[in-house]
Design a binder for this molecule. Sequence first.
Ligand SMILES: [Zn+2]
Length: 210
Amino acid sequence: MPPVREQPRDLAALIACPRCDALHLAEPLGPNERAACARCGTLLVTPRTRSFLHVVALAFTAMILMVAAVFFPFLRISAQGLSHDSSVFSAAMTFADGILAPLSLAVLLTIVGLPVLRFAALIYTLWPLANGRPAWPHAAQAFRVAERLQPWSMAEIFVIGTAVALVKVAGLASIGFGPAFWAFCVLIIVTALKNAFMSKWTIWDAIDAR
Ligand SMILES: [Zn+2]
């Protein structure tokens, strides 16, 4: 797909690269063709049904991993013969009484609530499209919610923050990772894969075709 040089007649046929803003003219693709940015190589258009199916499958996987990541033990801290298991849920609920209650709510919302809502909105949007059916009612609103929530889903930042904090604690106590820590790590990979398979332009195009 060459970059646009002349004035196009139909604005809907233009695709802007989400990474470098280069404008491209959309052309009809074959069933298994994909289109990438001519300048930076970012994926612009994906083959429809199959990529929708990938995203739905990965969003389901992410939701199941999220349950494991929140309720299974995340860390075991042992010092002087005492040991303590902690899950993300119990750690967040530590602040549930008193003046820090809003902190509990914010932690649960950004680590669990918003990512789950985002996965649910993606599944709602893409499930009928992946099965070759027209989009369900309000699919456009659901996908817009999923897009808006993306900057607020902070599972990755949570894992990095934990790793930094552990370096500090490691000198004082011995630390073991529980299943939830690994569930979070897999969750990050699954989320990255999902983003790699997802083309916003293709999804909007499929929703509009209804
Ligand atoms: Zn680009």
